[in-house]
Design a protein around this ligand. Structure first.
Ligand code: AOF
Ligand code: ZN
Length: 359
């Protein structure tokens, strides 16, 4: 790796520190370099916190390090707008940075292209595209939403050795290892919304909250239930606990008199009694939801796959055999048939976790 690439790689590493905590903002990292040495580091840490460039400049100031004449390596094009923070372009100029090396351009329409142009007009040398693929992969949810105005969708499925789905336990606790259950909470924490079908709620009464990872000041992911005909029981956890918002999607008006405050219902038009996943994604995209985790059950997975509505999948296969030979079954073949490509497989606590992606 060149020195330049190493500096950007460090910025990517720093950006990771904001994971779960910055959405709907992207993960961004920044280092300031002078005479071939990193003199300051910053990252976007949580929603409402400083942007990466501003944190790096503050870091230099706090340690009494001179930023004049330095080069900034930043994973995303600096913003040039007054949002939750003042523009990073101004901060970089103020700090006397002479060169900015950008990973990815910012596709956000309110900042697009502008940041680099403003910096160039101020006489700062700007180059773009260093480790761009890695930067964009790290902020894929943000990139996807900016491009498509709908969430990036991740399917998570847990099956036994034979591809059988655990049909009557909440959160597959009977057979996935503790290590892979922990991963489930990481996936939830990495999502702005979690979706299940009404049958899963009736059968498992899941709470669908993030337990473990720190999500910072952002809210817990919204819990969404596809419930065409209003069958979600009033006394289930999603309706009773207010740990996270709950959104029920119906195809007709359902009486709402005694719903708790955290519960919202929306009515979407249907196709022969079925809710089209694509219609759901547009509705969520309009609400600026950039990432959706589809947790199940099997019918919901398959409907989303059939509608080409899954971008990524994690399939967790345990070495345990559940009793009985009857279905439902689910596995690689369902993902392959839906046009997803296998990316990698790792073993976690004895379970095999394969990752899939639409290219
Ligand atoms: C940067 N550096 O570290 C980040 C940027 O609402 P705000 O003010 O936090 O602005 C959010 C937008 O700024 C976000 O949608 C994205 O376009 C950009 N994020 N920009 O210069 C950063 N996180
Ligand atoms: Zn900024």
């Amino acid at each position: 790796m060149t020195d330049e690439a190493e500096f950007m790689a460090r910025a990517i590493e720093l950006a990771e520190r904001g994971r779960h905590r910055v959405m709907p903002n992207p993960l961004v990292g920044c280092v300031l370099v002078r005479s071939g040495e990193i003199i300051a580091e910053g990252w976007h840490d949580h929603l409402g916190g400083l942007h990466a460039e501003q944190m790096a400049i503050a870091d230099a100031e706090a340690r009494g390090v001179e930023t004049q004449g330095s080069t900034a390596y930043v994973t995303l094009e600096p913003c040039n707008h007054f949002g939750r923070t003042p523009p990073c372009t101004e901060a970089l100029m103020w700090a006397g940075v002479k060169k900015v090396v950008v990973g990815s351009p910012d596709p956000n329409p309110t900042v697009r292209g502008d940041g680099s142009e403003v910096l160039r007009n101020a006489g700062i040398d700007v180059t773009t595209g260093l480790l761009q693929d890695r930067c964009e992969e790290q902020m894929s949810q943000f990139m996807h939403w900016c491009q498509h105005r709908q969430p990036e969708v991740l399917l998570k499925a847990a099956v036994d050795k034979n591809g059988k789905i655990d049909s009557d336990s909440a959160e597959a606790t009977r057979f996935s290892s503790p290590e892979s259950l922990k991963l489930v909470h990481d996936l939830r924490a990495d999502s702005m919304a979690i979706l299940v079908g009404v049958n899963t709620v009736i059968r498992d009464d899941p709470s669908l909250t993030v337990r473990g990872p720190d999500v910072g000041p952002r809210k817990q992911p919204i819990r969404i239930v596809i419930d065409p005909n209003g069958r979600v029981p009033k006394n289930c956890k999603l309706m009773q606990d207010s740990l996270a918002p709950t959104l029920l999607i119906h195809i007709k008006e359902i009486s709402t008199d005694d719903d708790a405050e955290h519960v919202e219902r929306v009515v979407l038009s249907d196709d022969d009694g079925e809710l089209d996943p694509q219609r759901i994604l547009y509705m969520l995209g309009d609400r600026e939801i950039q990432s959706l985790l589809v947790e199940g059950g099997a019918d919901t997975w398959q409907r989303f796959l059939d509608a080409d509505a899954i971008d990524r999948a994690h399939l967790c296969q345990s070495p345990v055999s559940l009793p009985g030979n009857d279905g439902p079954f689910f596995g690689s073949v369902n993902l392959e048939n839906a046009g997803l490509n296998h990316q990698s497989t790792e073993i976690v606590g004895g379970d095999s976790i394969s990752k899939w992606k639409r290219l």
